[in-house]
Design a protein around this ligand. Structure first.
Ligand code: GRG
Length: 302
């Protein structure tokens, strides 16, 4: 029987996610000094089966900039720790109040709100400790480690994810102006996706001009990703999503679908993915998996 052609996300996963997951599992086996229940709570969400898009992007960008993926693993781990922390916090009753994530009960449903909050906090701090202490062990020069880590902090903090979550969840911060939904998505989602790409690239020897290409790619990929996330909330099933569908409307969220309608949102996702591909054209005139990925993610169904 003829094997069907793999999509770009499957190819990316094949190249990087196995490596990442093996490394993560070994890392989580060392639990020196971590209280058992805190380790269990962190492990539960980390190993719940996410797509690993962000760490894979980091490893792929690093490899394209001359750094073996194995050497960039501590950066990829830091990024997945922060992403997972943000999901644990996002699901809490005081935020989105969700009971399903990655196809499993949310962290606070299993471990309670207090431990879920601490597990998120712990992952955030551990992320930076891990990158700062282990990237130099891999032979990455300190100045690159510091630059990549500073950018990761920027993408996660008040100008990045925390700021985006404020615009998304604090109704008093909501503004009626055209394009406000882009401000939410840029900070809440695109900042971390962009820094996943940019931090990987920075670990290598890269010019500012080339870095700009990765920066623009990450921004547009991140926007496309959030637009599709909003679309899937209204079109996909609980099984496909691994989380509760139709939450955005129930919570009166400002999304690309509520702002522009479903059909327009679909075209906006394609426009952003085309911008992402264009950003890499000069670096990869013959094309590249990262460009195929942008095209695939704009039309993903999970
Ligand atoms: C703890 C840094 C930190 C921030 C606190 C809670 C919060 C502020 C921010 C949450 C931001 C958030 C949930 C953005 C949504 C991004 C998004 C589309 C997540 C889904 O990503 P996938 O589909 O998930 O890649 P998997 O499970 O596959 O990893």
């Amino acid at each position: 029987m003829k094997e069907s052609k793999k999509n770009a996300l499957e190819v990316l996963s094949e190249q990087y996610v196995g490596l990442f997951d093996d490394h993560l599992r070994k890392l989580l086996e060392i639990r020196n000094g971590i209280p058992v229940r805190l380790a269990e709570s962190m492990d539960y969400s980390l190993l719940a089966g996410g797509k690993r898009l962000r760490p894979a992007l980091c490893l792929a960008a690093a490899e394209r900039c001359g750094v073996a993926p194995e050497k960039a693993l501590p950066m990829a781990v830091a990024i997945e720790f922060i992403h997972t922390a943000s999901l644990i916090h996002d699901d809490l009753p005081c935020m989105d109040n969700d009971d399903l994530r990655r196809g499993m009960p949310t962290n606070h449903k299993v471990f309670g709100e207090s431990l879920a909050l601490i597990a998120g906090d712990a992952l955030l701090i551990w992320a930076f400790g891990h990158a700062l202490s282990h990237l130099p062990d891999m032979g990455i020069p300190y100045d690159r480690v510091a630059r990549a880590s500073a950018l990761l902090a920027e993408a996660s903090g008040p100008m990045g994810m925390c700021g985006g979550q404020t615009l998304d969840t604090d109704t008093a911060s909501r503004r009626l102006e055209e394009g406000f939904v882009y401000s939410i998505a840029a900070a809440k989602t695109a900042a971390l996706i962009r820094v996943s790409v940019v931090s990987g690239a920075i670990l290598g020897d890269i010019s500012d001009t080339d870095l700009r290409c990765y920066y623009d790619y990450g921004t547009h990929l991140g926007l496309a990703f959030q637009i599709v996330d909003d679309i899937l909330d209204v079109t996909a099933s609980r099984d496909e999503l691994g989380k509760t569908p139709h939450k955005d409307e129930a919570q009166d969220k400002l999304t690309f679908v509520s702002a522009y309608g479903l059909e327009r949102a679909k075209s906006l996702a394609i426009e952003e993915s085309e911008e992402a591909m264009r950003a890499l054209e000069e670096l990869f005139p013959e094309g590249d998996l990262l460009m195929d990925l942008a095209s695939f993610l704009a039309e993903r169904t999970f």
